[in-house]
Design a protein around this ligand. Structure first.
Ligand SMILES: *Cc1c(COP(=O)(O)O)cnc(C)c1O
Length: 387
């Protein structure tokens, strides 16, 4: 107990390795086992009954993630989409959501094709423009839903300012913190009520497991999330949870390298590629550079560029790269590249997509932890081929 009370003062890297670990548990195993059990004997000390409503691996990762997001609670889910489902499932017919217009494609699809059928109305606006905070005041929504940086345009939203506007209208702010990661940005410290993660991405970091989490300081929201985990069947598998727990331990190291590589890669694109637009939160040319510097400890690993090429040349560039397999997802140790218009945002109607800047010539790079010189050389070669 005395040992644990010191955890709050420890650094991120230390908490990532130690918080949530129970070294005692009768065996002294330094790494906790995977609790591959669906059910538990009645009357156990941990209060476990059935894995859908809780498992020792969930509990360990929940403690770790809560600590890393500097929140009181975290609840783990089977994927980021399951975490989003858990939050939105707390609403009722007639409730409104005000959302950033450049949200993750699957969040948009979930609202449009599932929750709108149940009478939940979603209004979109560009929340990087403070004029649009008026939408929050006008609709007084049940939830305000943002991401920062956004996918794939990497707009940076002022979380503190949006939290203030949200609370002035008695609403609840949800921040999808997946792109920044808990290491680089902590939405709860900036006033968010819920910080949501697809732990599939930077938390796990190795592209080999799926998971999601919702972190909060609110006991009421925590009860709702634990209820959703079991009642909606949104729980993860103990094995994936264990994998993510392992990934989280190196998150600080990985995020440092992702950020360093991505900044160098973005600087190369800006200086040498003839791209019409290069976006990276920590480039001085980024429209919200000052906000990014204030609320993030690093720029994270995603770089987006518009090469101004036609669709065919854009796709041939994307397919010519050696170290950037064309794939959805992001946040793993390996670099990936993605053509949002035909991949992650294919579900968004073309007109809506282009209105927010997701053109056919836009490419998103998830910059991994490789040697950045190799990544730059790869792109230089790819660009030479299409020009
Ligand atoms: C990937 C992602 C999700 C969804 O997470 P899954 O684990 O794939 O279900 C949600 N939000 C953002 C920003 C993401 O990148």
């Amino acid at each position: 107990m005395e040992k644990k009370s010191k955890d709050k003062e420890a650094g991120f890297e230390t908490r990532a390795v130690h918080v949530g670990h129970d070294y005692v548990a009768g065996t002294g195993a330094v790494i906790p086992p995977v609790y591959l059990t669906s059910t538990f004997e009645y009357g156990n000390e941990g209060g476990f009954d059935y894995t859908r409503s809780g498992n020792p691996n969930f509990r360990m990762l929940q403690r770790t993630l809560a600590s890393l997001e500097t929140g009181k609670h975290a609840t783990v889910f089977g994927s980021g989409v399951a975490a989003i489902t858990a939050v939105v499932s707390t609403l009722k017919s007639g409730d409104m959501v005000v959302a950033e217009e450049n949200i993750y494609g699957c969040t948009f699809r979930l609202f449009a094709q599932v929750f709108e059928k149940f009478g939940i109305e979603v209004v979109y606006g560009d929340l990087s423009d403070t004029k649009n905070f008026a939408l929050i005041e006008k609709h007084r929504p049940a939830l305000v839903w943002i991401e920062s940086p956004t996918n794939p345009l990497l707009k940076v939203l002022d979380i503190q300012a949006i939290a203030d506007a949200t609370h002035a209208s008695d609403s609840v702010l949800v921040v999808d913190n997946t792109f920044a990661s808990s290491y680089l940005q902590r939405p709860l410290e900036l006033g968010a009520d819920l910080s949501l993660l697809s732990t599939t991405k930077y938390a796990n970091g190795h592209s080999d497991a799926l998971g999601g989490a919702v972190c909060t300081n609110s006991d009421v929201w925590q009860d709702k999330m634990i209820f959703a985990q079991k009642a909606l069947g949104l729980q993860p598998s103990p094995f994936d949870t264990w994998m993510i727990q392992r990934g989280v331990k190196t998150q600080a190291l990985r995020m440092e390298r992702h950020s360093e590589n991505a900044l160098a890669f973005a600087r190369f694109l800006e200086a040498e590629s003839n791209a019409q637009m290069v976006r990276y939160p920590f480039l001085e040319s980024h429209p919200q550079y000052e906000i990014a510097k204030r609320q993030m400890q690093g720029g994270s690993g995603i770089v987006t560029a518009d090469f101004g090429l036609d669709l065919e040349s854009t796709l041939s560039l994307v397919e010519s790269l050696r170290y950037f397999p064309k794939a959805e997802s992001l946040g793993g140790i390996e670099s990936l590249c993605c053509h949002p218009a035909s991949m992650t945002h294919a579900a968004v109607p073309k007109a809506t997509r282009e209105a927010v800047g997701i053109t056919d010539s836009l490419v998103r790079f998830s910059v991994g932890i490789e040697k950045v010189d190799d990544l730059i050389a790869d792109l230089r070669e790819g660009l030479a081929k299409v020009k």
